[in-house]
Ligand binder design. Structure first.
Ligand SMILES: Nc1ncnc2c1ncn2[C@@H]1O[C@H](COP(=O)(O)OP(=O)(O)OP(=O)(O)O)[C@@H](O)[C@H]1O
Ligand SMILES: [Mg+2]
Length: 202
């Protein structure tokens, strides 16, 4: 709800809106209308799992050990949710330790590899989104058809995630302008306009 307020959705109106918050530990999918959450799905697949996928991929495919921070760096530099991007990032040189020799080693990775290594986790998020759409009352479904899906949370910045969800759902998908701060912004707005949002405190 805070994320929805933070990106400027009028949460009090009868129109349904779908907001997906992809954080570090969880991805939350909510349909909001009339100041309430109509349905809410939470799955424990998000940014941290993408990092774990990347660590495992580097170990299995390239025989190098990397730490979590390096995995996070790779995700930010060349992470992607689809293997055909309009604006592809440059290859990125990953530095780690060769598992066989123990010697430090550099390996170039590109976004298509990372898209493949993240595919399984992203499929799980996709499945949860489809499930949430299926469980949305028809009137609100019609609204979401018009308004599309809003993505917030740091994980929503993964390249091509919006496009991938669009291809899967055929809905328009909007990534929030400042996705990492949407929740904080929304909380601030709610506190400043306490009268309007009293319904949030139950
Ligand atoms: N440019 C980026 N591309 C992909 N992922 C990113 C990017 N920037 C940050 N992230 C990821 O976003 C996640 C953090 O997002 P956010 O701050 O919304 O999560 P959180 O609110 O702390 O977690 P949760 O909601 O699960 O409690 C981290 O996994 C981080 O790696
Ligand atoms: Mg969060």
């Amino acid at each position: 709800m805070a994320a929805a307020i933070g990106i400027g959705i009028d949460v009090l109106e009868p129109t349904g809106n779908m907001v997906i918050d992809i954080g570090g530990g969880t991805s939350e999918i909510a349909v909001i209308a009339l100041g309430g959450i109509v349905n809410n799905t939470s799955i424990r697949i998000a940014g941290d799992d993408f990092n774990a996928d990347i660590e495992e991929y580097m170990r299995k495919e390239h025989n190098i050990n990397i730490g979590e921070r390096t995995a996070e760096r790779i995700k930010i530099e060349v992470g992607a949710a689809i293997d055909e991007l309009d604006n592809p990032p440059d290859e990125y040189e990953v530095l780690g330790r060769d598992m066989l020799t123990g010697i430090p080693k550099g390996i170039k990775v590109n976004y298509t590899e990372i898209a493949q290594c993240l595919d399984k986790s992203i499929s799980k998020i996709e499945a949860a989104v489809l499930n949430a759409l299926e469980n949305t009352p028809p009137e609100l479904s019609a609204d979401i058809y018009r308004t599309g899906i809003y993505l917030v949370g740091g994980g929503s910045m993964l390249r091509g995630l919006d496009k991938r969800l669009h291809l899967k759902t055929k809905l328009s998908v909007h990534v929030a302008e400042d996705p990492l701060r949407a929740v904080a912004r929304g909380t601030g707005i709610a506190l400043k306009n306490f009268d309007k949002f009293t319904f949030l405190i139950k």
